[in-house]
Design a protein around this ligand. Structure first.
Ligand code: CA
Length: 242
C-alpha cells in the first residue's frame, strides 16, 4: 500500500532535479521527474500527482504553457502547481499566477523554504479531509464553510465580496495577488469592475480589521498580499531564502 503523496518535478536542470528528488523522498513524498514540458504533461496524464513543481524555463514547452494546459484539462485542473521561477522578478511571478499557479518559489531557494511552501499548498488545497476549513492570520479567522469572520475573537461583519477578497489573500499565504486576480476570485465570473473597486474594498476590509489592518500590504504596481509580519521584505522574498 502506498499512501505517500506524489509530487511531479518538472525540471530540466539535472542537478537540481536530483536534489529535489533526494529531499522530497526524505520528507516522505514519492517523486516523479520529467525533464521537459512535454514529458511533464505525459507524466500528468499517466498518473495525476498530488502536486507539481514546475520550472518555468523548460525545453519544448515552457512551464507557463504546461501550467496552462494542466489547468485547461478538467481532469487535472485541480492539481496544485508551484512554479520554480528563474529569478525573483515580479514579471515571472505575475505570469505564473496568471496561468493558475498556486504559488511560486524563486530560484535559488532553500530546500527548507520549498518544503514549507509545498506543505502549505497541500494543506490549503486538500479536499474532503474533514477538517474545518478555517483560515487564520494574526488575530483574524475566517470560516470558509459558515462564512463567519472573527477578529480577536469578536465577530467581524464582512460583505460577501469582502469575505472572498480577504479569504483569497489569506489563502495566498503571503503571495502577491494582482488586482485582476483578486477581481476574478472575489467577484465571480462575468462581473467586471474597475481595479479601483478592489482598492475600495481593501480599504473597507482594513477598517474592519482594526489593529490588524497591517496584515494586508499594498504591493506597488502589482496588487496586495497578506502576511502576519510587519512589512520588511520589499521584494516579497520569504525570510530564510538563501
Ligand atoms: Ca530550466
Amino acid at each position: 500500500m502506498n499512501d505517500r503523496r506524489n509530487i511531479l518535478v518538472v525540471e530540466d536542470e539535472r542537478d537540481l532535479a536530483e536534489l529535489l528528488v533526494y529531499n522530497l523522498n526524505r520528507a516522505g513524498y514519492s517523486v516523479t521527474v520529467a525533464s521537459t514540458g512535454r514529458q511533464g504533461l505525459e507524466a500528468v496524464s499517466v498518473r495525476t500527482p498530488d502536486l507539481i513543481l514546475l520550472d518555468i524555463m523548460l525545453p519544448e514547452l515552457s512551464g507557463t504553457e504546461v501550467a496552462g494546459r494542466i489547468r485547461a484539462n478538467p481532469a487535472t485542473s485541480h492539481v496544485p502547481i508551484i512554479m520554480l521561477t528563474a529569478k525573483s522578478s515580479e514579471v515571472d511571478q505575475v505570469v505564473g499566477l496568471a496561468v493558475g499557479a498556486d504559488d511560486y518559489v524563486p530560484k535559488p531557494f532553500s530546500v527548507k523554504v520549498l518544503l514549507a511552501r509545498i506543505e502549505a499548498v497541500l494543506r490549503r488545497t486538500s479536499r474532503g479531509s474533514g477538517e474545518p476549513r478555517l483560515l487564520t492570520m494574526a488575530g483574524v479567522q475566517l470560516n470558509l464553510e459558515t462564512h463567519e469572520a472573527m477578529v480577536d475573537g469578536e465577530p467581524m461583519k464582512l460583505t460577501l465580496t469582502e469575505f472572498r477578497l480577504l479569504s483569497a489573500l489569506l489563502q495566498a499565504n503571503g503571495r502577491v495577488l494582482s488586482r485582476s486576480s483578486l477581481m476574478g476570485r472575489a467577484m465571480g465570473p462575468g462581473v467586471t469592475v474597475t481595479e479601483r473597486t478592489i482598492d475600495v474594498h481593501v480599504t473597507a476590509i482594513r477598517k474592519k480589521l482594526n489593529q490588524h489592518a497591517g496584515i494586508i500590504k499594498t504591493v506597488r504596481g502589482v496588487g496586495y498580499r497578506a502576511t502576519p509580519e510587519p512589512e520588511t521584505e520589499p521584494d516579497g522574498t520569504p525570510a530564510g531564502t538563501v
